[in-house]
Design a protein around this ligand. Structure first.
Ligand code: CAA
Length: 259
């Protein structure tokens, strides 16, 4: 049985990390199941957007499994760290937008998974943090790299060295999340964003994400090269022909994957 529940409807896949008794903490098996579920959604032509959330009303993911890590030496920690980084890269590199529906604690590896998603929507009850230093370790699934990129260097320095948790409203203030909504509106808000995305060309979406991802952190010159390359390659594709013609013909475009 998988630790991930998958529900696909209207081209939206909702993946629920399902280990509520441990606040959805991620051990080797949960990581492997999430990788496999995300890969299936990426390969599934019927899926256009992925929403990732946690089971129960308390946690998105309370981090990597501390009980499993307790007996780890450097060798096991390297393997576990690489597994988690592979998982977060898979999410970040997904050609289909991944929306984190953060329904509670997003701590350590949980915060790192949410940061690998393209968009974060938080419930008012969500709490974010990188508390690894409290355990005498450091964020190993991308926290030291993605947090400063999403917020700012100074804020990331403070949050990582203090391990201080931040509320959903503070997370919004520092740019860590896109939206904060009441708990019972969380999935609907994510579905609303997904529905807007699904109206657009899937190839254009995938290439836009690639431009943002590949260009970010490079010089503006390098980033513009990546952009114009992918911009030009879309022209002449069936999808671009449909989108451009639909505008000229004053009708709605029909893209594959439309909701
Ligand atoms: N790993 C393993 N088990 C965890 C866990 C974790 N990260 N977080 C919670 N649990 C388990 C608890 O051990 C407990 O299980 P038992 O009932 O069997 O003891 C159950 O989930 C419920 O947790 P609590 O009783 O602690 O619930 P609480 O409401 O009192 O506290 C909490 C909630 C503040 C989130 C607290 O559970 C907590 O601090 N969890 C750890 C958070 C953390 O440090 N995360 C970072 C992990 S390191 C990491 O992620 C490294 C990395 O970068 C990859």
């Amino acid at each position: 049985m998988s630790f991930i529940l998958t529900d696909i409807s209207n081209h939206i896949a909702i993946l629920t990390i399902n280990r509520p008794e441990a606040l959805n903490a991620m051990n080797n098996m949960v990581v492997a199941d999430l990788v496999s579920a995300v890969k299936s959604c990426i390969d599934d032509e019927n899926v256009g957007v992925i929403i990732l959330t946690g089971a129960g009303d308390k946690a998105f993911v309370a981090g990597a499994d501390i009980k499993q890590m307790q007996s780890n030496g450097p060798k096991e920690a390297l393997t576990f760290g690489q597994m988690g980084q592979h998982m977060t890269l898979l999410i970040e590199n997904s050609p289909k937008p991944v929306i984190a529906a953060v329904n509670g604690f997003a701590l350590g590896g949980g915060c790192e998974i949410s940061m690998a998603c393209h968009i974060r929507v938080a419930s008012e009850t969500a709490t974010f943090g990188q508390p690894e230093v409290l355990l005498g370790i450091l964020p190993g699934w991308g926290g030291t790299q993605r947090l400063p990129r999403l917020v700012s260097l100074g804020i990331a320095n403070e949050l990582i060295t203090t391990g201080r948790m931040v509320s959903a409203s503070e997370a919004k203030l520092i740019g860590l999340v896109n939206h904060v909504v009441p708990p019972n509106e969380l999935i609907d808000k994510c579905k609303e964003i997904a529905a807007q995305i699904l109206k657009n060309g899937p190839n254009a979406i995938a290439k836009s994400l690639a431009c943002i991802r590949e260009g970010f952190g490079t010089s503006i010159k390098e980033g513009l090269k990546i952009e114009v390359d992918l911009f030009s390659k879309l022209f002449g594709t069936e999808e671009a022909n449909e989108g451009l013609s639909a505008f000229v013909e004053k009708r709605k475009p029909k893209f594959r994957g439309n909701a």
